[in-house]
Design a protein around this ligand. Structure first.
Ligand code: ZN
Length: 481
């Protein structure tokens, strides 16, 4: 047991604050391997690059783990106003969208409050629904794009348009379910369509999506730093390495992957001070359904019970203070106060449980999890910021913020691997259910069940990719993404 961390903290923070490696890694990931999108070919090459790096840091057991998923490859898409006048609108297909041509009248549902789909069901049926990406007023939980899409599908929409609610970020991307064609349009074009609808009362559009829904292979990367004791307890630090296919995913999430790699490099020089084991995992295919993290847990069922703690780095090191969002563990919040004390600056430590990243499958297995970030920064930012747009590029990355993320998380790791009086145990199923319910996601799960029933009743008319999707749909907490 280490009595005084001061000397080791100084070594770690000194190394974190002088290294330029994280930015070099982000630059290589983005400039050499583009989006690292599952099935793109460059995903595998980027994994080999990251694995070589981890081997260079003397990590052990470094390897790639292959998994398959229902993937998606983009073709071109178009949106055309047909009536009351003709006009082409710039758009992009949303990942997992079905391929197809849909023609119909436009309905604009603004930010798409959950009540509007029933209230305006008669208007939605067989039409093309446009919803913006803003969170509806009066909703305390975050209403995710996929929920707005699914509620539109259930109301009978034939096509779906997702409009950015912030100007100058272009059309947003983001995964949906492969049921009806879906596209993204910019704030400016969305506002134009809404004005047209208001003025003329009736706007007819045609949308075309060309894309392939097909199974693809992609990879996770794993590397270990074994502790000096023979305790079989593990701390997992993870991040998804792939970005959305329209961008290079610099902030979401090359920075997260590079932070995890840099922590591995720095702690590799501190092995004699690591009592328990650390496993670093770089996940593939997060953006279209957390496939990498799910595959990892599925392929290693005996490993889960050995995980003391999992820290996820999604868009970590992006901006703001680099604090810890603890997913409903009051005793861990106390524990992380020691990290705050060690770094000597005010970092946020708060509790919330968002399902939208790779910690979620771990959380659903009962593992204590947390993510990094700053709730104040999230409020200042315009929505996702550059995330999920083609402007999520290397020039936005701030090495100083990455260094802070790396230093804080490495100091946390040092304390977590060494604590003999770790204050929490895994949650049982009852506690997991209670936590998820408390976050307000019950309605989303009910929606999953409703969607499953709806698709089953239309089974004969479904596209092949929708049938694949239906097979996987369970209507459980897992689908809250
Ligand atoms: Zn992400």
């Amino acid at each position: 047991m280490i009595e005084d961390y001061t000397k080791i903290d100084k070594e770690i923070l000194g190394e974190a604050c002088r290294s330029t490696k994280p930015l070099e890694i982000v630059t290589d990931l983005c400039d050499e391997y583009e989006s690292r999108w599952p099935g793109s070919g460059l995903d595998k090459a980027s994994c080999e690059f990251m694995a070589d790096e981890l081997r260079e840091y003397d990590l052990e057991n470094v390897h790639l783990e292959k998994f398959t998923l229902p993937g998606w490859i983009r073709g071109k898409s178009s949106l055309k106003v047909l009536e009351p006048k003709e006009k082409e609108i710039d758009c992009i297909a949303l990942p997992m969208s079905s391929e197809g041509t849909v023609e119909g009248e436009l309905v604009y549902l603004s930010s798409g409050h959950i009540e509007v789909y029933d209230e305006r069901a008669h208007e939605i049926k067989d039409r093309i629904v446009m919803v913006n990406s803003g969170n509806p007023e009066g909703m305390t939980r975050y209403l995710h794009r996929s929920e707005k899409y699914q509620r539109s599908v259930l109301a009978g929409a034939a096509g779906w348009i997702f409009m950015n609610h912030y100007p100058a970020y272009g059309p947003p991307t983001g995964g949906i379910s492969p049921i009806i064609p879906g596209i993204g349009v910019s704030y400016e074009d969305g506002r134009y369509l809404a004005r047209l609808l208001e003025k003329y009362g009736r706007v007819k559009v045609r949308m075309e999506t060309w894309c392939k829904n097909q199974h693809v292979e992609t990879w996770n990367i794993v590397g270990d730093l074994p502790g000096y004791s023979d305790l079989d307890e593990w701390i997992v630090y993870g991040a998804h390495y792939e970005g959305h296919d329209i961008s290079v995913g610099a902030l979401d999430d090359a920075t997260g992957a590079a932070c995890v790699m840099e922590i591995a490099r720095i702690l590799s020089n501190q092995r004699e001070n690591l009592k328990r084991n650390m496993r670093f995992i770089l996940f593939g295919a997060e953006e279209i359904g957390l496939y990498g993290s799910r595959a990892y847990l599925k392929d290693h069922p005996d490993f889960t019970s050995k995980i003391r703690f999992m820290l996820n780095f999604d868009a970590a090191g992006r901006a703001g203070r680099q604090g810890f969002c603890i997913h409903g563990w009051p005793k861990l919040m106390q524990f992380f106060e020691s990290v705050k004390k060690a770094v000597g600056v005010d970092i946020p430590i708060w509790s919330r449980g968002s399902p939208y990243s790779d910690h979620w499958p771990f959380l659903l297995e009962g593992v204590p999890t947390a993510t990094m970030g700053d709730p104040e920064e999230a409020k200042r930012r315009a929505g996702r910021g550059f995330g999920h747009t083609k402007y999520d590029t290397v020039d936005k990355v701030d090495l100083r913020v990455m260094r802070e993320c790396i230093g804080n998380a490495a100091l946390a790791a040092l304390r977590i691997v060494n604590a003999d009086d770790w204050p929490v145990k895994h949650r049982d199923q009852g506690e997991i259910d209670k936590l998820v319910q408390a976050q307000g996601y019950e309605k989303t799960v009910k929606l999953g069940k409703k969607l499953k029933a709806y698709l089953e009743s239309h089974k004969d008319d479904l596209r092949p990719e929708t049938l694949v999707y239906l097979q996987r749909l369970k209507g459980t907490w897992e689908e809250v993404i």
